[in-house]
Design a protein around this ligand. Sequence first.
Ligand SMILES: NC(=O)c1ccc[n+]([C@@H]2O[C@H](COP(=O)([O-])OP(=O)(O)OC[C@H]3O[C@@H](n4cnc5c(N)ncnc54)[C@H](OP(=O)(O)O)[C@@H]3O)[C@@H](O)[C@H]2O)c1
Length: 335
Amino acid sequence: MEGRHPDLRIRFRPGYVEVVQADVVFPNRRALITGATGLLGRAVYREFKDNNWHVVGCGYSRARPRFEYLNLLDTSAVKEFVCEFKPHVIVHCAAERRPDIVENHPDSATRLNVEASANLAKEAAAAGAFLIYISSDYVFDGSNPPYREDSVPNPLNLYGKTKLEGERVVLQNCDNAAVLRVPVLYGDVEKLEESAVTILFDKVQFSNKSANMDHWQQRFPTYVKDVANVCFQLSEKKMQESSLIKGIYHWSGNEQMTKYEIACAMADAFNLPSSHLRQITDEPVGATPRPWNPQLDCSKLEELGIGQRTPFRVGIRDSLWPFLVEKKSRQTVFH
Ligand SMILES: NC(=O)c1ccc[n+]([C@@H]2O[C@H](COP(=O)([O-])OP(=O)(O)OC[C@H]3O[C@@H](n4cnc5c(N)ncnc54)[C@H](OP(=O)(O)O)[C@@H]3O)[C@@H](O)[C@H]2O)c1
């Protein structure tokens, strides 16, 4: 990769000497990741770190000990943090992303998704940083897919509305910002409930109980490592040719599945039975409204040569093997 630091270091071991690549970072590549304790933020933090950027991750309730504590609602703390670190890039992953929680706590969700995003955008602009605001396919109503970046948004629920308003205030307050809309995410989880995809896994693996699965809403499960790589590629391109990257972008996996089909694909990935899974084809009633098919057209990024797609069965196997009950019980027996 262009600019990789050539430093080598000598490591002394009993009986031999080893010459290794020094653990160095680019002094002119500083990235700040908000929401670094969350599902996507962890992957974004890792991606920049693995590519030798000087990266600082911030979290809130889970910040310590690995990350920096930063309450994004505290405007003076955010100002101080950005002024001190002077990031070249900020990837803003922190948000309240659970639609049902947003419906029930509209004020606090708006403060985080909209007001804190506007404030961060102002600080990014003052520091001359490139800001990537992570948004959602829920800004669309899902009735007329696929959606391009310039398609007219029409969010059906409050979560989608706060994300759309977050986009608007970020672009208004920071000329140097990009919005990256993504669909439902999965990846390495701390617990299965952390993603709307991985939460299905226990219903898949406990095959002695039949399980109803939504077979109405169309989804495009997307691996957080792929989104992290897109954020990284966008940032590198921005550093090389600043005027090329701005405005709204879409990234998405390309395997269209309902929750029922996601569950069957998980079963397939782990060689588990799926005959206990039952399709529910009716539109869910009484729940927070969700778009039927908010498929994102990703050709704008593809034309820039940016993108990465991991096949779902590969990504989900890598993410879920620690949660496989059969493996855990085998480990208990043999170790
Ligand atoms: N997950 C999905 O399926 C999905 C789909 C489409 C778009 N998105 C978007 O992708 C982004 C990342 O989502 P995610 O799933 O990674 O979210 P997540 O796992 O729920 O993480 C949320 C993050 O926000 C942080 N946070 C909450 N309140 C904060 C505050 N007051 N100050 C600072 N940080 C605060 C949390 O920190 P602590 O945990 O340390 O408190 C956590 O790191 C969001 O913008 C979301 O809207 C997600």
